[in-house]
Design a protein. Sequence first.
Length: 283
Amino acid sequence: MHDLMVALFKFIKSFWQFMKIVIVFCILMLLFYWVENLTGADWGWLNFIRGFLEGLVKCGDSIYSGSLNFFGAIFEFKFFNALIILVIAFYLMNLFIYITEIIEDKYDDGWRAYKKHEEKMLNKTLQENVKREEKKINKYAILIHTVIKKKFSHRELNVNIDEQNKLMNQFITEKTGAHPMNYDSGFLYQFNSFDEIDSVLDVLFKVIHSNAPLDYSICIQAGDDLVQLKKIADLKYYSKITIAADTAYRYRFNSSHRYGTSQIGIFQNGDKTIELHEFKEIL
């Protein structure tokens, strides 16, 4: 429909331009007809337009039919009046072009406003669809690996990592109600409500900031993609809670955000690229 309207406006403006050319041609023919009348000649080649010119001159005569004798030549004002009519018609075409352009501009403004509204509504619908799809992702998994901190790694300090892991798992279980499973030489926790992840993050940051002699690599993956979770864990970022880009994106749709996210970097893992982010405490 829009293309049809654009073509219509183009046709109308072209029509007015064509009429201007026709009017200029008629003015030229009227001048020849006037000269023919003044000289008493009989130019047969004017016959194709003579009827129109006679009617135009008759119209001019109805306005004013006076004449002027100028050195023996009779100048009849009806010809001059006919010329004025054509000149007015010429400028009317300019006016019609101007009016057409105004109408076209108003139509364009309306069309752009409509398209902007349509695009806004489409974007809103797409955002709602994305939000709906993202909100369907409720499950998430946490994989924790631990190592003894360097300052506690001396043999004489006799840090028992198994005992420390047991204390860590006991603390997390007490606070979250989730029980760990052994996975990829670490501890896997699974949860079913991503919207409530902030309360779990509270616990995990307490673990990281604890006085325990361990460093913690904590990785979180929304959904049930344990393969990607393992790839994140393989990057071995300790003292951080790391996530992939899709989990950071899912977090945006939570109703509350007690934590922020920031990008750590982009890493190549085989033939795939991992965009790594982390949860950060908001100070």
